[in-house]
Write a protein that binds this ligand. Structure first.
Ligand SMILES: [Zn+2]
Length: 286
């Protein structure tokens, strides 16, 4: 059974929202993994003098509803408050990848995927990971508070859920719950400029992109991580019957590093099938 909120403990600062959310914004509370921590967090945001809030908070055991769908909360600054549905896992943005894969966190991610899939279904939001540029273009999908910070730096200073948050795992689990395919391509191939490229070519392309301003990617490369050993998962438009993505032809590719992952976003302006997904996201794991 998918995880549903077990109870409702409303946060103090809520107001009616003016339109449905287009972003599912994921957070951490910056607190330790503890027994019934979600209840503790909900009780905290219920205090009158606590301005911040979420729609749901999650620990390893349960999900607590802290605002109604029709509420706007103070989740991540004015733009993402207005356009976002906010969900918070117990944990720290500083957590390492290993810490994000401990039993407590894995239970949280499972509950999170249940809730994201449910919200995608309810709000008509595609289960895709958004880039800052996607947010600035007001494309619908899933993101972190840190994505909001990168997209709208004047809005917020927080960078949760942090660079090692396992987005690939969460998006994959969310898509599985929605009955969507999660295709792993091996050997890794990405699209560059409308041409399907082998990974060495893609790597060259990505390093070029790094020199054009995607310095974080260069940092990953310089750390000695051979990109050609990546596995890639393509999220976004569904594959055709032959298992490939012909409608990403003509895509432009951008790369961004987050922790030990390189996120490659293939924008697809001519996308027309399977709306409302305007872009394909390639998430490469190093
Ligand atoms: Zn946050």
């Amino acid at each position: 059974m998918p995880m549903e909120p077990s109870t409702t403990i409303l946060c103090s600062h809520r107001r009616p929202r003016s339109h449905p959310p287009i972003w599912l914004v994921c957070h951490t509370n910056q607190g330790p993994e503890g027994y019934r921590s979600a209840r503790g967090l909900a009780a905290y945001t219920a205090q009158h003098d606590v301005e911040g809030g979420y729609h749901e908070v999650i620990d390893n055991l349960e999900v607590i509803r802290t605002a109604y769908d029709g509420d706007e909360v103070n989740g991540a600054g004015p733009t993402a408050n207005d356009h976002g549905w906010h969900v918070c896992e117990i944990g720290y943005a500083e957590q390492t990848s290993a810490q994000w894969h401990d039993p407590y966190s894995l239970a949280e991610h499972s509950h999170l995927a249940d809730r994201l899939a449910d919200r995608c279904r309810d709000f008509g939001i595609p289960p895709v990971l958004l880039s800052p540029a996607d947010l600035r273009a007001f494309k619908p999908g899933i993101c972190g508070h840190d994505t909001v910070k990168q997209a709208f730096p004047n809005d917020t200073t927080h960078w949760d859920p942090g660079p090692s948050f396992p987005w690939g795992l969460v998006i994959k689990a969310t898509r599985q719950r929605l009955g969507l395919s999660v295709s792993v391509i091996q050997p890794v191939r990405v699209f560059t400029g409308g041409v399907e490229a082998d990974m060495p070519t893609a790597k060259t392309k990505l390093i070029t992109l790094a020199h054009q301003g995607f310095g974080q990617f260069r940092g990953v490369y310089d750390a000695g991580v051979p990109v050609h050993e990546c596995q890639a998962t393509i999220h976004g438009p569904e594959p055709k019957a032959d298992g490939w993505w012909p409608h990403t032809i003509g895509a432009t590719v951008r790369a961004q590093a987050r922790g030990n992952r390189v996120i490659v976003t293939a924008s697809c302006p001519e996308w027309s099938e399977g709306q409302p997904q305007p872009a394909a996201h390639v998430v490469a794991f190093v």
